[in-house]
Design a protein around this ligand. Structure first.
Ligand code: SF4
Length: 486
């Protein structure tokens, strides 16, 4: 199910390469496999011996680079690129990355960002006081402005000081005339990996599926608090902080990442199958057939079928060829999007008791639409099984749901949701089940996952979002046990 229909959006994908003749083309190819992380804009900056070339625009990558000549005019042996999902009010082309900054020492640098800063308002205020005027309205520019106005000596020291000044979820790729630099926040909320091309060029990108796409082999994950500096002399691993605590976003495994990606040694497809198996074990039901909502729930549906012994079948198909209109995230457009994207295979569904496996429920309207579709096609009963826990809390680390108003599970009990989506039964995976399904991320202290969306256990203080969170607590009164990492 496309992100724009479900209403749950990741905020960007990153790809960079250093030391390869075809740098811009490979960056395009890598970004193509990261398109699921952002569909509203794309951009590439290339570097030809210190001369930067940039092309960026609104829309899918193929729309932005429709004219094949555009890529060929991005000269050079290094490039960084970005695909973007924009939060409301951030739709202008000025917000499309990579962004460019002038710098006293290095001349010029490009920057691309995945994530969300929790102290962005404070930093924007501080920078305004220093006389900074902003190129754009998104948070992504702030790190670049902090670097250019830093009092430290040298680009890397300025970058380290700036990274220590920002908070929240962030993965960055930067490029100066002489180096490519990657940085990951102290909790490592977002995946970021390093790979090598067969001829030795270095690739850094959001997911391993992009390494596979360009023929690079996996070298390592970028660790929380690290900066990785790539030059013609090779790769150097450095830190801006060692005060780190892994809390990788569990939604990456549930929904955001591509199933063929491997995050911190764990296959996304296999983790989803285990989520499906565990939701089957926790919430068994008698039925004739298991269906998954295409495409992001298919792995979990296979896992449910294997565990329960109920056959899996392809009861729904996704129309791949629906013309894409520019996404305005309204419910009316989402409803229309679902009706154009999904169809039911009647022979699989008619007269059957069905287990419908989905990866998550956000607003509930999509689920209701799908249950109705199945019943219209003759399903006797539809038992909905969600292969993740109920979404009850806002995310402040890079997902565009920062209020609980739209989250159906924050405002209703499970029986109420079941009635609203017109299902015959409804159950979610438990939080311990989710953690077990993903597995051990080798963090010294705990499981190494962020589960705040489900249980309100925020791994960091919320800074500028604390007042908004407190208002949510007061409004709903269901946050007993919630913890904001203070
Ligand atoms: S709050 Fe949820 S979506 Fe946000 S980082 Fe944590 S697990 Fe991921």
């Amino acid at each position: 199910m496309p992100a724009e229909i479900k209403g749950l959006n990741e905020e960007c994908g990153l790809f960079g390469i250093w030391g390869e003749a075809n740098a811009a083309q490979l960056t395009y190819d890598g970004l193509h496999s990261l398109q699921h992380r952002g569909q509203e804009g794309a951009g590439i900056v290339s570097n030809d011996q210190g001369q930067f070339y940039r092309h960026r625009g609104l829309g899918l990558l193929a729309e932005v680079f429709r004219d094949s000549e555009t890529i060929h005019q991005l000269y050079g042996t290094s490039a960084i690129g970005h695909v973007r999902y924009a939060t409301a009010g951030n739709h202008g082309v000025e917000n499309i990355q990579p962004m460019l900054f002038s710098h006293d020492e290095v001349g010029e640098f490009a920057l691309a960002h995945n994530g969300n800063l929790t102290n962005a308002d404070t930093i924007r205020g501080e920078l305004r006081e220093k006389g900074v005027t902003f190129q754009a309205t998104s948070d992504s520019e702030l790190l670049g402005e902090l670097v250019t106005t830093s009092d430290e000596d040298g680009f890397i020291n300025q970058l380290k000081a700036s990274l220590n000044h920002i908070h929240g979820g962030f993965a960055y790729l930067l490029m100066t005339p002489h180096m490519m630099v990657a940085a990951l926040d102290p909790n490592g909320f977002r995946p970021l990996v390093v790979g090598k091309m067969p001829d030795g060029a270095t690739v850094i990108c959001s997911e391993t599926c992009a390494l596979d796409q360009v023929g690079a082999s996996f070298v390592r994950d970028v660790e929380p608090g690290e900066i990785i500096i790539v030059t013609d002399e090779g790769m150097k691993i450095d830190h801006f902080t060692t005060d780190t605590h892994l809390a990788l976003c569990s939604m990456e495994y549930i929904y955001f990442a591509r199933p063929d990606s491997i995050i911190r040694g764990i296959s996304v497809h296999e983790a989803r199958k285990r989520m499906g198996a565990l939701v089957a074990r926790e919430n068994p039901v008698k039925a004739d057939v298991v269906l998954g909502v295409p495409n992001s729930s298919l792995s979990a549906a296979i896992g449910y079928a294997q565990e329960s012994g109920i056959p899996y079948d392809m009861g729904m198909i996704k129309n791949q060829y629906v013309a894409r209109t520019f996404i305005e995230p309204t419910q009316a457009k989402r409803d229309r999007g679902v009706s154009m994207k999904l169809s039911v295979v009647k022979s699989v569904v008619a007269g059957k008791d069905i287990v419908l496996v989905d990866d998550s429920i956000v607003r509930g309207t999509t689920s209701k639409y799908i249950v109705r579709l199945l019943k219209k096609a003759g399903a006797k009963s539809v038992h909905v099984r969600i292969a993740s826990p109920a979404l009850k809390f806002p995310c402040y680390y890079g997902i565009d749901i920062q209020t609980t108003k739209e989250l159906i599970a924050a405002n209703n009990t499970i029986p109420e949701i079941c009635t609203q989506i017109e299902a015959d039964s409804l159950a979610f995976l438990s939080v311990p089940g989710l953690i077990k399904a993903i597995g051990d991320l080798n963090d010294a202290d705990n499981h190494g996952l962020c589960t705040a969306y489900f249980d309100g256990n925020y791994p960091t203080p919320l800074y500028d979002y604390q007042a908004g969170f407190d208002a949510e607590v007061a409004r709903l009164g269901l946050y007993e046990g919630a913890n904001t990492g203070d």
